[in-house]
Design a binder for this molecule. Sequence first.
Ligand SMILES: [Zn+2]
Length: 435
Amino acid sequence: MEYINTQKWHLFRYNYSIQKNKKEGAINEKKLELKKLLIYAKSVYHILKKIKELTDKRARKTIPFFNLIMPVFLFLLLQYESFHTVFSAPESMRKRLRHCIRGRIPKVDDVRDGLSLTDPEETERILADTVSRIRKNAVLRGGTIGGYVTAAIDRVELFCSRKKNCERCLTRKTASGEVEYFHKSIVCTTIGNNPHLILGQDMLGPRDGTEKDEGELTGGKRLIETLYSQHGHFADVIVADGLYLNAPFLKVVLNCHMEAVIRLKDERRLIFQDAEKLFGKGEGRKEPFYREGKKIDCWDLDGFEIEGLEKELRVARYCEKNEKTGEEKWVWLVTTSKEIDHKILWKMMHKRWDIEENAFHQLKTYYHADHCYCHEAVEVIFLLMLIAFNIREMYLYRRIHGFEGSGITRKSVTRIFRDDLQAGDVRRILYLEGG
Ligand SMILES: [Zn+2]
């Protein structure tokens, strides 16, 4: 009797969970609302208040400073591709602008003026505060890959032109000998489980006298150190590409009590050649494992050295074979970690270079990070974009129950928010006292 009851109970639980999942799976686009996103940004992260508190250094203050910077934040959140599309296309945008700005609608030049006089450090503070707040809410607890909070660093080139137009431009020569000017930032973001969070960025500086422009390694080291001083142990693992297989960089990561996982591609590197010899003899061979229809062979050995680093490094090599097509792909990595399981290391590499799934790709493709919104305010705009990115990720993955797996695309989310702004006035949220 008891047995039957137990079975019934399980059946009931099973059916209930199916129904529940169906219900959850049925979240539709109506659940997403720009108004709720803005209320969230305002009440949890105080973004609007912080924008209001930015120092206004303009000589002529004909338009309230907030009326310049807040709409920029909002339109970056809605992933508009240029300021012209927004501020110089009054016919199609009039309603949306009216729905978010009190008083006179600023001209694109007013906006540029305001942005160029905004302090990047103050803007950076808003990003850092947002990240602190997100970390306090234990969003990263439990890790993002295999129990580890995994972050990646990479370069994001913001735009380039043949015409120099600011003091902070980096320079390079093209194949034809022409000089190109550009801006580049090193960005650190979590990878693996959603939501993805951008932890910070470091804008590379231009050459000083005869010196060269700052290199990516300089920016990478500085970024890790800054984030560590701001947030303490902000990640367990830093994933990066082959450029970062460099003793001073690895030392910075280790000094911050984190582990590095570096992709190894360059066959000329001694560590590659040393490991290849040993792997060739069958040393370090692991049991194959299976992921996504692929059989993955792995070789994993510790005890390698690079000049300038005391700690010995571990090298892992993977051969991913597609069981259907027979296609093979080799992946190599170097890590400072002795403990992380080789299957988890594989997943870290996979998540980092999975094209759709990472923040670097999103910044470029959806947020137009490589578009020049306003050359005089590259860093401020990029920072506002990163804040917008984090708020939007948090809203979708933490506030909207069942968003993950709903199949709603990022493009649809943007369309919904843009439609919302066309349809409804949000000024009461944006301008409410104390907000
Ligand atoms: Zn420039």
